[in-house]
Design a protein around this ligand. Structure first.
Ligand code: CP
Length: 305
């Protein structure tokens, strides 16, 4: 029940219980039923600020739209073109934005732990919109929400996370959330990008996509995060696509009801071919729509509405 929600911040899925994740998913189910053309006044008088120090298309616009659909005022800060270029510190930037009367601060930053720092020093609720390679909890939630809507459950499913697990905050949030809800998670990719230690998290670690493919109910295709790699961790993009790319040929060897997810942005022809990305098994754009429902639900929960 929504009344059972007690948290002020959403910093990661690692700290949430299965029950808390369930409350968010159920609230998002209600949000998804709303008429997208109708604006509610539930967050009238509240202000939601985006504080983005890394690029974003989906998350930033989705939070802005979610806040406006609930009647909140929005404030959109991106570091490019800001006084960060004059040397203003992260914490001072956040405190100055908060001083404009912000109730919820949505933060994305390259440094793991940045939202946790703000949660200690701000009065506002803080939502982690991606902190370096650490966590991206709303992406994890919308992925799990999409799985639940398609499959009717999460418990007992086998979910393959394919690609650059090492640098992926989406992988970490997916692993925490899916395992708490009783799914089996297999991580798979080049050995340089899939840490063996993830076995300690209760995850199966694999390096051969074709071996695990027939066992998966869901495949989540993670982008190679070139921006977070300092050295070449696999021989070539062509070889990566051959070994780990989701192709029409691989689809024919998968379960007939396989669900294809990708957090976006996707690299067509690398982790997924256009025929799969745009095919009937793909829920990639549906994930984006579901992200709006998840973010509306979270804003309501954190504002105590
Ligand atoms: N999936 C995701 O976080 O996309 P953006 O980087 O565009 O927000």
């Amino acid at each position: 029940m929504i009344a059972d929600w007690t948290r002020k911040h959403l910093l990661g899925l690692e700290e949430l219980s299965a029950r808390e994740i369930g409350i968010i998913l159920d609230a998002a189910d209600d949000m998804a039923k709303l008429d997208p053309n109708a604006t509610s006044t539930e967050l009238k008088g509240r202000t939601v600020a985006n504080l983005f120090f890394e690029p974003s298309t989906r998350t930033r616009n989705s939070f802005g739209l979610a806040a406006r659909r609930l009647g909140a005022a929005t404030l959109d800060f991106t570091s490019s073109g800001s006084s960060v270029s004059k040397g203003e510190a992260f914490i001072d930037t956040a405190k100055n934005i908060e001083a404009m009367g912000v109730d919820v601060m949505v933060v994305r930053h390259t440094s793991p732990g940045s939202p946790h720092l703000l949660a200690k020093h701000l009065r506002a609720s803080v939502i982690n919109a991606g902190d370096g390679p650490h966590e991206h909890p709303t992406q994890g939630l919308l992925d799990i929400f999409t799985i639940r809507r398609h499959k009717g459950r999460v418990e007992g499913l086998t979910v393959g996370l394919i690609g650059d697990i090492l640098h992926s905050r989406v992988a970490r949030s997916n692993i925490h959330g899916l395992i708490k809800l009783g799914a089996k998670v297999i991580v798979c990719g080049p050995s340089t990008l899939v840490p063996r230690e993830l076995k300690l998290w209760g995850v199966e670690v694999a390096y051969d996509f074709d071996d695990i493919l027939p066992h998966c109910d869901v495949i989540n295709l993670l982008r190679i995060q070139f921006e977070r790699q300092r050295t070449g961790l696999f021989p070539s993009i062509r070889e990566y696509a051959f070994l780990f790319g989701m192709t029409g040929e691989r689809m024919r060897r998968a379960r007939p009801d396989l669900l294809i997810l990708a957090p976006g942005p996707i690299n067509r022809g690398v982790e997924v071919t256009p025929e799969v990305a745009d095919g009937i098994h793909s829920a990639i754009l549906e994930q984006v729509a579901n992200g709006l429902a998840i973010r509306m639900a979270l804003l309501k929960l954190l504002c105590g509405v």
